[in-house]
Design a protein around this ligand. Sequence first.
Ligand SMILES: *Cc1c(COP(=O)(O)O)cnc(C)c1O
Length: 235
Amino acid sequence: MTDIELLDNIKIVYKKIADSTKRSERAPEEVKLIAVTKNVETDVIKKAVETGLREFGENRVQEAQKKVTSDELQVTSGRLLWHLIGHLQKNKAKIAVQLFDLIHSVDSSELAEVINKQAEKMHKIQRILVQVKLSDEESKHGVTEDNLFDLFGKLDSMRNLKTDGLMTMPPYFDDPERSRQYFTRLRELKDRLESSGYKLPELSMGMSNDFEVAINEGATMIRVGTAIFGERLIR
Ligand SMILES: *Cc1c(COP(=O)(O)O)cnc(C)c1O
């Protein structure tokens, strides 16, 4: 991919964010673009940084570690924010707490407990989102709706975690309208939790093919890979 193509892709994504927020009577600033850099090399990420992008999402701790700590990606204006969007294994929680500003994939009290302990040791307040599983696909991680309130109850006592919202990943559909029901459901769950007293500003939902629908349903963070960096090898 050429630099021009990368720049064009980013412009197109921003234009779509502008258009869909407008249609939804929302402000474009309400939606944060997280550029998903799994399988993207640091030299390409650097180019994305040069266009002004500051928030990046990775789905594997090991792969992220090389990038977050690489000299090439140290910036002088502001700083990069790194999001863990993939499943986290408990034995990688320590590195995850070192590397990531926001962990989107907390889906059990056991995992939350381990992250909380590591954060405590590092004197860090770790921001997290709770990943909710709204479809019955075997391959998807996330807490089920039935266990969601119970999980939030347990998070209450974990002092080094700050729970900022919910995340979900619907099954893949060619027609993005079919994702809508999942996004609607996640927003309803957030509303229900908020009426029980939780403060949850963030809804992380929407990827390359369906982020406009997600924005329409209230997404505050969209996770976009392919639309920015092109098709990469699927692992
Ligand atoms: C890969 C990935 C994305 C980005 O997907 P694209 O379709 O490439 O935009 C978003 N969220 C998660 C959890 C991912 O693993």
